[in-house]
Ligand binder design. Structure first.
Ligand SMILES: Cc1ncc(COP(=O)(O)O)c(C=O)c1O
Length: 377
């Protein structure tokens, strides 16, 4: 037998030092613990409390008799539905097992050691993981100051200034997680004019369905003029299908064709394919979710302000609430009451809690708890 070696050391150095994405608490365990205590209120992961369209249940039942068969490796039916929705050819679409997978693949395909990827300081946590896994260098750009109209939002001027001859990719969610902030389509257009055609720009639109500000429309509107613009979408948020894992990229056909060979052939399972397609067909349900979320977002925002709390502007289904030195105590006290919100220390936002906007009864339970907790501090 050979001498024992640390098998970790065999991995690429950039992978060895990688920290896994932190999904928060052990939810299945907590659901059990709080089952007999009024239930766990899950406000930590920006999920959709309304759930998917009823048409999804029907579509899933139709898949049952075929579970012993592989799913369609190309996801042709879903792609056709998406192509129709977006008015593009299917060659502009790539399907992912959630958009997370696509973000990882984008970095893997287009960047490597010696290349630079540009991010805003408070960006989605998966981007730096994708960059590091690809071996690329991360260029962090300071966000807008807390005093700005769009506090902690993306500073597009500064991001454009950060581009060098080594830059291969820029990732920027719109609206952004974890801040909830956004930039206008006009600002994006001006930004794109400054980006060389050889640099890919990913606009991650995981929360685009929740947007009510008319100044922000999907970046897909700019893709014909800027073929280096890649847009990612997910079925995890407004479509209410986080548990099934489905997302997609809208990109130039050349981008899609060079990425396709590294896609696992059956990356979307049969249920995810069927559910996503059924969900797309039920735009009424999607609109109901959108409208209800917009109403609740405004209501919760106003109620939190009325408690004297500072809340970042949001076009998403969550609010970033400033708690300063009370952050940890408030989070713990909410947790004791079975209410889970997300502390943002891992993102470098130590004085903030990120709270998913839920249905009115849940939002009222949250507010009542916050009121009681703050009154005791
Ligand atoms: C900005 C952003 N992009 C992408 C994702 C990943 O979504 P998916 O469930 O499609 O992997 C999330 C999930 O929270 C997100 O917040």
């Amino acid at each position: 037998m050979s001498a024992a070696i640390d098998l970790r050391s065999l991995a690429r150095p950039e992978i060895q030092s990688l920290k896994a994405y932190d999904p928060g608490h052990d939810i299945p365990l907590l659901r059990q613990q709080f089952a007999s205590k009024g239930g766990l209120l899950e406000l930590g992961s920006n999920e959709n409390p309304y759930g998917p369209s009823p048409a999804v249940t029907e579509a899933l039942h139709a898949v049952f008799p075929l579970l012993h068969r592989y799913p369609d490796p190309s996801g042709a039916a879903l792609k056709l539905a998406l192509a129709k929705l977006h008015g593009v050819e299917t060659s502009h679409l790539m399907l992912g097992n959630g958009s997370h997978e696509l973000l990882m693949q984008l970095a893997q395909v287009f960047t490597g050691p010696g290349d630079e990827i540009v991010f805003s300081r408070f960006c989605f946590a998966v981007y730096p993981i994708a960059a590091q896994a690809a071996g690329a260098s991360i260029i962090w750009v300071a966000s807008l100051p807390e005093t700005d109209d769009m506090p902690l939002g993306h500073d597009l001027q500064a991001m454009a200034n950060a581009i060098t001859s080594k830059t291969k990719l820029i990732c920027m969610a719109n609206p952004n997680n974890p801040t909830g902030t956004w930039y206008s389509t006009q600002d994006l257009e001006q930004f794109m004019q400054r980006v060389p055609a050889s640099v890919l720009v990913l606009v991650d639109e995981a929360y685009i369905e929740y947007v009510t500000d008319p100044a922000l429309v999907s970046a897909t509107a700019l893709q014909q003029r800027f073929p280096n613009l890649v847009v990612s979408r997910t079925f995890s948020k407004a479509h209410g299908l986080a548990g099934l894992r489905a997302g997609y990229l809208l990109a130039d056909a050349a981008v899609v064709s060079v990425m396709e060979p590294i896609r696992e052939s059956f990356n979307l399972n049969a249920m995810a394919l069927a559910a996503a397609q059924a969900s797309l067909a039920d735009q009424d349900h999607l609109n109901t979710v959108r409208q209800a979320t917009a109403v609740e977002r405004e209501w919760l925002d106003a109620e939190l302000h009325a408690l004297g709390l500072s809340v970042l502007p949001s076009q998403t289904n969550f609010l970033l609430v400033r708690m300063d030195e009370r952050t940890e105590d408030v989070e713990q006290a909410l947790f004791q009451r079975g209410i889970m919100v997300r502390p943002m220390g891992g993102y470098g936002l130590h004085g903030y809690l990120r709270i998913t906007v839920s249905v009115r009864a849940d939002n009222e339970r949250l507010l009542q708890a916050i009121k009681e907790i703050l009154a005791c501090m």
